[in-house]
Ligand binder design. Structure first.
Ligand SMILES: *Cc1c(COP(=O)(O)O)cnc(C)c1O
Length: 473
């Protein structure tokens, strides 16, 4: 056959569309006609190009013009178009607050509040007492103050926004003193010196990377100084010979000169996790009690709520931030208000919060539970015969710049296969539905049970089952 015969044997767009609609797969779904038409054109164009580009008879023979096969190509294109880009995944990395995988999972009450807020009108900025216009902050302010002992509170889009707003409101055109050991970069895009530059405040670095003393701050104070800032060195620790100045001392010094102390806590722990076998992290309340004028932290790290930046502190300072024109651009949306209020209400009973807020529950799951989950999953994966699964003790990380040095004892399922390379297995899992994201180490796929629910372990088992079927055919 010659090229023109191949081209002639190709279905017309209309015939292909008809054939697609007759096919079993498509017949069961309501697919927009436009999508099928476009996909059919794309597929036919592709085949035509391939025919024209074919160098010889052999290459031509490899191109199928069979309508059945074209139909399945169209179906594939349509499926890809209909697939959501933003999807759920299974986090088998064991990193609880994984920024690339969406940080904290929301609790039941937060999810319910979110659904209600999305489905109905609400009193976001409407006072039910007198019918007057209200502020969205009113749903959160009182609760935040009750929980932390703060005088006032403001919630913005995220913690980067909180830091920016605090600096620009209180230190624009003036100096902010920060220890060299705290000039942090988080997740690539939050670099303290750059946020500082954006705010219009001038950064004054003091001390050295590993040691900074109160005297370093004192010597740097000039008539231009507005603020002393501490930033939590979220994702790293300086160990060995170190010296850091605490909030209490900073607050004492700031008091002498009438300066503002800003404490960027990053993760912001509410419940003291050292009572649960983890290292001590300064709690939000402690920072305020030690004398920080402004404290800010993320809503979706250790707090376990939605993305938000929470600012607590002195009324006059917080209110000035709320009135700043930038506050409007950084404000939280109604879905955040809903989910955050619901999450915060759970903290009214801290021991329940620990069990019912997923981030905290996952961090404090006892290893025996993880071991049982690992055993069950390993058994299911091994039973197919295609994979070898083992239960291995390991450590997991909190993530999200929280508790960076904390090794949380955990149990993992590690998998190898005789018929599949580890990298291919990792990729196949990542492309499963839902995708399974795991670690690879020493030529093994490793799945940490800390961040996998029992229901998700079932889904992982099915993903392996399907892979086993594919590997044997
Ligand atoms: C995470 C973090 C931020 C940024 O918070 P986002 O909520 O991600 O904007 C700022 N400062 C510190 C110390 C952090 O750990």
């Amino acid at each position: 056959m010659e090229k023109k015969d191949y081209l002639r044997s190709l279905s017309s767009v209309n015939d292909l569309i008809q054939a697609v609609y007759r096919s079993r797969l498509m017949g069961s779904k309501a697919i927009p006609r436009e999508l099928v038409t476009e996909a059919s054109r794309t597929v036919l164009d592709g085949i035509r190009e391939a025919i024209l580009a074919a160098r010889d008879e052999m290459a031509l023979e490899e191109i199928s013009t069979d309508t059945e096969e074209l139909v399945s190509l169209v179906e594939k294109v349509v499926e890809e178009k209909l697939q959501m880009s933003f999807r759920r995944v299974i986090n088998a990395t064991g990193i609880v607050i994984h920024t690339n995988l969406g940080r904290s999972l929301l609790s039941r009450p937060a999810l319910e509040a979110l659904a209600t807020a999305g489905a109905h009108y609400n009193n976001l900025e409407f006072r039910l007492e007198d019918g007057a216009r209200g502020s969205r902050q009113e749903h959160l302010r009182g609760l935040l103050c009750d929980l932390t002992g703060a005088e006032s509170a403001l919630v913005v889009n995220n913690n980067a926004a909180a830091v920016l707003l605090a600096l620009t409101t209180h230190a624009k055109g003036r100096e902010v003193i920060v220890s060299r050991g705290q000039l942090i970069e988080i997740g690539g895009s939050f670099r303290l010196p750059e946020v500082m530059a954006q705010s219009g405040a001038r950064l004054v670095e003091v001390g050295t990377t590993n040691k900074t003393y109160l005297e370093d701050y004192r010597r740097a104070i000039t008539s231009e100084t507005a603020m002393l800032m501490r930033a939590h060195p979220s994702n790293y620790r300086i160990t060995g010979f170190t010296a850091e100045v605490g909030i209490k001392e900073l607050a004492g010094l700031a008091g002498e000169y009438g300066l503002v102390v800003l404490d960027d806590l990053g993760s912001g722990v509410y419940v003291d996790l050292s009572e649960h076998g983890m290292q001590y992290e300064p709690t939000i309340r402690r920072s305020l009690e030690d004398g920080a004028d402004l404290v800010c932290f993320s809503g979706d790290k250790l707090l376990g709520g939605p993305q938000a930046g929470i600012v607590l502190g002195r009324s006059d300072l917080v209110e000035a931030m709320a009135r700043h024109p930038l506050a409007r651009a950084l404000r939280v949306d109604k879905l955040t208000v809903a989910a955050l209020e619901a999450t915060l209400r759970q903290y009214l009973d801290p021991s329940r919060a620990l069990k019912e807020i997923p981030t905290l529950a996952m961090l404090t799951t006892d290893p025996e539970t993880l071991r049982k989950r690992a055993r069950l999953l390993a058994k299911k994966i091994s039973s197919g015969g295609a994979f070898e699964a083992e239960v291995v003790e390991d450590v997991s990380r909190a993530g999200g710049g929280a508790l960076p040095m904390e090794d949380l004892p955990t149990w993992t399922v590690t998998v190898t296969s005789t018929s599949m390379k580890t990298s291919a297995l990792e990729e196949a899992l990542r492309k499963a539905d839902p995708p399974v994201i795991c670690r690879v180490r020493e030529d093994r796929v490793i799945m940490d049970m800390r961040t996998v629910s029992d229901e998700e372990a079932e889904l992982i088992a099915s993903a392996f089952n399907e892979l086993a079927g594919m590997a044997s055919t």
